[in-house]
Design a protein around this ligand. Structure first.
Ligand SMILES: CC(C)(COP(=O)(O)OP(=O)(O)OC[C@H]1O[C@@H](n2cnc3c(N)ncnc32)[C@H](O)[C@@H]1OP(=O)(O)O)[C@@H](O)C(=O)NCCC(=O)NCCS
Length: 167
């Protein structure tokens, strides 16, 4: 068996809970402008009842007790949208974003999701590079969508057919 990677040894992925709200809000404020409000984040932490066909899926990746990053999806029937993905600046380029995305997409596939959508600033090469690694392809462009004039690139990914490994 392969030795565990540094990521597997030092980091842990969990479903986010309400106790993560303050840490999520703090990271959100560091990474995004404008950040989501605590109210928006709290809604993303409301776990849907078992068997629900829609609702948020929010995963966090922890380094010890500290929150290193999070991924926030919204699922509706067999489709989902990645609304937020963030890794704290001090934890980047160590595979954590990829790990979160891998675990999130696998969880969504278990829930029956066959297509995932996202929107990303066209200038955000780090994120676009990561999404391409997971098979996301461009599906549209909203010119001048962001307040700074940047375009929004729309991307989507069809889940691999059953029996094939995610990513
Ligand atoms: C995008 C983001 C989540 C990537 O997280 P990360 O943990 O640093 O990414 P990983 O280490 O898992 O990188 C996986 C791959 O993505 C690509 N990538 C990630 N960061 C990159 C960068 N700065 N430049 C170029 N490619 C990059 C690479 O292909 C990388 O593989 P490699 O390291 O083997 O070359 C992180 O940079 C971030 O939080 N950015 C700010 C928030 C944001 O833009 N979120 C997405 C839009 S909502």
């Amino acid at each position: 068996m392969d030795a565990p990677s540094e990521t597997e040894r030092s980091f842990r992925i969990d479903l986010a809970g309400t106790h993560d709200l303050d840490a999520l809000a703090a990271l959100e404020a560091v990474v995004f402008d404008p950040p989501w409000s605590p109210g928006q984040l709290a809604a993303a932490l409301e776990a849907p009842p078992p068997g629900a066909d829609a609702g948020p899926l929010t995963l966090v990746i922890r380094a010890g007790d500290a929150l290193a990053g999070y991924a926030l999806f919204q699922r509706v029937l067999d489709e989902a949208e990645l609304l937020r993905l963030a890794i704290g600046p001090e934890h980047r380029r160590r595979g954590l974003g990829a790990r979160l995305l891998e675990v999130g997409l696998a969880r969504l596939a278990e829930l029956g999701v066959v297509r995932c959508h996202l929107e990303v600033a066209a200038s955000n090469q780090p994120a676009i590079g990561l999404y391409e690694l997971f098979g996301f392809v461009p599906s549209g462009l909203r010119r001048g969508y962001y307040p700074d004039g940047d375009d929004a690139l729309l991307m989507q990914r069809a889940a691999p057919p059953p029996g094939r490994h995610e990513s």
